[in-house]
Design a protein around this ligand. Structure first.
Ligand SMILES: Nc1ncnc2c1ncn2[C@@H]1O[C@H](COP(=O)(O)OP(=O)(O)OP(=O)(O)O)[C@@H](O)[C@H]1O
Ligand SMILES: [Zn+2]
Ligand SMILES: [Zn+2]
Length: 801
């Protein structure tokens, strides 16, 4: 009898191990590891993943039988099965959660499926199994009990399974407006307008700058503040044409990518390349920290390493922070490797993501470029894993399973005996410290490509500006430099640092601040929708006109949003063409790309945005970068605040002067003597690293200590509190004296979605007892879990107090 080990879909400690199921005789030799199956569990029928197949079971009682397979080929590779097992253990997660995270949404959803013949089959099969048709519905195959036969056919590559999208027939389009008029015709219209036709002027300017690009009404509103009414006027006057645009569209699908060839490497690039290529040819697992200043040409080194890997018939995984999946990045990879590249980005629909996943699964793509979750791509025969901007906190998933893509990358690199390259101009302290200890191999690119100079950085003391009666958000020197670049027709990037920063309103009379009724935070003001929103639970309400507490009418609006800054900037420079990039203007699919491409084409003089503009941009004409407020991220109650600020300033400064024209950076600050700002000014990563390390050492923070954050939440504040004290007592008893237990304290947000949060932070250097103790706590709390008490453990918290 064949026995399948199955991880069932019940996320609980007791079920966090494989259960044995008998494989019914007709499915003998057909089922395989990684396939999903339906199994009976207690009185229910649930799904599960087969993790192994054996010929006996140690289970004493009578084994239940597998009901039916849910796949006709494995959804998970053997590698991913093993990875999920290790991962669950390390991060205190459930194996079922880890496995589910690895799969594209499409596979998990309840779509109708059909089986299609894709290669020649025998007459018997065609007539008996498929009843003389090319396709067969999944449900029919199940009810006729022929899945085992189909598994065989799938193995031979004769059939494939397709999802039937219910809404496929429905149009997935939105209305967009574009202009088909020639430039000079539009110019004529523009000059023919009456002085009073202000809105129409704005519209024509926008149309001119868009150069035929089609936008939705909403995009017009958000990018240019043009009302739907004005759009209608534009249509009536024949300036704009209405058409339909697909919403779910792979923005890169129809593009032709110009093929590029490998560029001759600089001496420094070549040296770095050779070092890493060494472990490629030795098929050795080694983790490299590629520390290369902004503009040093890391991308070309990545491309050439990947080319080597492909030459050897292997595959490559290239991770980038989501936001860096710009057309530029995609161009680099598609341009060099063509159709062999699968790009996984959030702009794809579930169906398109599944298509890319399948391309990878079937080995039709051998280079995968994608954000965090693509670290689980089912690539076989990996030759290299590269993680660009390795310091980015988006590589850590905040929700369960709380994994860090860097750790997963290293695990997979070990599995495949291949190198892992962590690249950054501003490596995380953790990685830099590991390189120091020779756990990682440090490879450096110290200069910019072509010996271009790093930009000159000037720090402006905003307290002095205030004293000198300058109430504007822009210092005098920044205003001068902007004016200068505008006349020289060079481009400017302005960053508003809004980390941990939001707009809210306060009553001037009594100090009342509007808070979320469900959470313990103030509501954020959104001018575009004219509402107050909670960023945690989504609660939304109208902007109040009277104070609920004192009935006053004098509200003060706090938090200078990008929108307000834009208005101020436009006031100072009425002729400047400004593109704004923030959460509001990029929310929709492709918004990010549209803005950046427009800027790249020179359709605007100034790109004004939040920290999302700091990364990856490589535009030759940017000669001035301004940071409007360097300090907001310093004030955060987060031990990484200085590190984040240093990284952000260094990254954004790095956008200036990347080509022939030299760059300049103006950093405005109220703490101009802060070391994070000074080291960023001097482009002195090593100095920052040393200073910050000694501070972390004194304070007992990572990377000197490891940390684990245990958090408890319950709708009843007292229950949650009681539990956290219980846990505290256990930890005190079990852990050694060298380990620091902080708390219990209220969560960083004490109340979220009507649940109360309490937490304990454990800091340790070597604590063999921690893992078993925490596992036991989780185990014992299972029964309570059912009553709405949640315990969660983050083994590598990114944010804590
Ligand atoms: N070998 C080369 N030959 C010609 N141009 C190169 C070469 N290497 C890099 N460049 C050019 O130098 C510029 C900077 O390179 P790249 O964008 O890769 O920098 P980076 O190290 O990724 O910087 P950042 O960390 O700021 O993103 C790019 O315009 C790139 O095209
Ligand atoms: Zn809320
Ligand atoms: Zn009031």
């Amino acid at each position: 009898m064949q026995v399948a080990k199955v991880i069932v879909d019940i996320p609980a400690m007791q079920t966090n191990r494989p259960f044995d199921y008998a494989i019914p005789p007709e499915m003998n030799e057909k089922l395989g590891k990684g396939m999903r199956v339906e199994v009976p569990f207690n009185t229910r029928v649930i799904q599960g993943f087969i993790t192994d197949i054996q010929d006996h079971s140690d289970f004493e009682g009578e084994l239940k039988e597998i009901i039916q397979p849910l796949d006709i080929e494995p959804a998970l590779t053997e590698e991913l099965i093993a990875l999920g097992e290790d991962m669950a253990e390390k991060i205190f997660s459930y194996r079922i959660h880890c496995y589910q995270t690895m799969l594209p949404t499409m596979l998990k959803a309840k779509y109708d499926k059909e089986i299609k013949i894709v290669d020649e089959v025998s007459e018997d099969i065609f007539f008996d199994l498929f009843h003389g048709k090319d396709t067969l519905s999944w449900d029919e195959a199940v009810s006729r009990g022929i899945l085992p036969k189909l598994i065989e056919l799938k193995k031979n590559g004769q059939i494939e399974v397709n999802f039937i999208l219910k809404n496929q027939a429905k149009s997935k389009t939105v209305s967009v407006y574009h202009s088909e008029l020639a430039m000079d015709r539009l110019e004529d219209e523009y000059h023919g307008l009456k002085k009073s036709a202000k809105q129409q002027k704005v519209l024509l300017e926008a149309i001119l700058s868009l150069n035929g690009t089609a936008l939705t009404q909403k995009e017009y509103k958000e990018m240019f503040d043009i009302s739907p009414q004005t759009i209608r006027t534009g249509v009536e006057k024949g300036w704009l044409k209405l058409s339909e645009r697909e919403i779910f569209r792979d923005p890169y699908k129809d593009k032709d990518f110009k093929r590029t060839e490998a560029l001759p490497l600089s001496a420094e690039q070549d040296e770095a390349f050779k070092k890493m290529n060494q472990s490629l040819s030795e098929e050795k697992h080694e983790v490299f920290l590629l520390k290369g200043v902004t503009g040093s040409g890391k991308t070309e080194v990545y491309l050439q390493l990947i080319a080597e890997v492909l030459q050897k018939g292997k595959t490559a995984l290239m991770l980038v922070p989501e936001i860096a999946l710009t057309p530029q990045m995609v161009h680099h990879f598609k341009g060099r490797f063509g159709d062999r590249v699968a790009v996984m980005h959030s702009a794809l629909s579930a169906g398109e993501k599944y298509d890319e996943w399948r391309k990878i699964y079937n080995g039709e793509a051998d280079v995968v470029v994608g954000a965090r979750s693509s670290i689980f791509s089912p690539v076989k025969n990996l030759g290299i894993i590269i993680m660009d901007e390795e310091h980015e906190s988006t590589y850590k998933q905040d929700e369960n399973p709380k994994y860090h893509a860097r750790n997963v990358a290293i695990w997979r690199g070990e599995y495949h005996h291949c190198p892992v390259v962590l690249g950054s101009a501003t490596p995380s302290l953790e990685s830099r410290a590991r390189a120091q200890k020779k756990v990682y191999t440090l490879v450096e690119l110290k200069g910019r490509f072509n010996q271009r100079a790093l930009p000159e950085v000037e720090v402006v003391d905003m307290r002095e500006e205030f004293k000198a009666n300058n109430r504007s958000s822009f210092s005098m020197v920044l205003q001068e430099k902007i004016a200068d670049r505008l006349t020289k027709r060079q481009q400017i990037v302005l960053m508003l640092n809004r980390r941990g920063y939001s707009s809210f309103i306060m009553c001037r009379d009594c100090g009342f601040v509007l808070e979320c009724p469900n959470c313990d935070i103030s509501l954020t003001l959104h001018m575009d929708s004219k509402t107050m929103k909670c960023h945690y639970c989504g609660h939304e309400e109208a902007i109040p006109h009277t104070c609920p507490k004192c009935q006053g009418h004098n509200f003060r609006y706090y938090g200078t949003g990008t929108q307000k800054i834009e208005e101020e900037l436009q006031g100072l420079f009425p002729d400047a063409r400004i593109l704004r990039m923030d959460v509001d203007t990029t929310r929709k699919k492709g918004g990010h790309e549209a803005i950046l491409s427009a800027f790249g084409r020179g359709e605007a003089d100034i790109l004004l945005g939040t920290q999302m503009i700091a990364k990856g941009l490589d535009f030759p004409n940017i000669t001035l970068v301004g940071v409007i407020n360097a300090d907001t991220s310093l004030g955060l109650p987060d031990f990484r605040a200085s590190e984040r600020t240093f990284q952000l300033l260094t990254q954004v400064s790095g956008r200036a002067g990347r080509a022939d024209l030299p760059g300049e950076v103006i950093v405005q600050s109220y703490n101009p003597e802060h070391y994070a700002i000074l080291f960023a000014q001097q482009h002195n990563y090593d100095g920052f690293y040393r200073t910050e390390m000694s501070l972390r050492h004194k304070a007992g923070y990572p990377p000197y200590y490891f940390a684990a954050l245990i958090s408890v939440n319950n709708p009843d504040e007292q229950k949650a509190q009681r539990k956290i004290h219980e846990i505290h007592a256990i930890l005190k008893k079990q852990l050694s004296s060298g380990t620091i237990i902080l708390g219990p304290s209220k969560g960083s947000i004490a109340k979220m979605n009507n649940r109360y949060y309490f937490q304990i932070l454990v800091k340790y250097k070597h604590e063999p007892n921690l893992h078993p103790t925490l596992k036991k706590i989780l185990d014992d709390s299972q029964k309570e879990n059912a009553r709405g008490l949640y315990i969660s453990i983050d083994s590598e918290p990114v944010n804590f107090f």
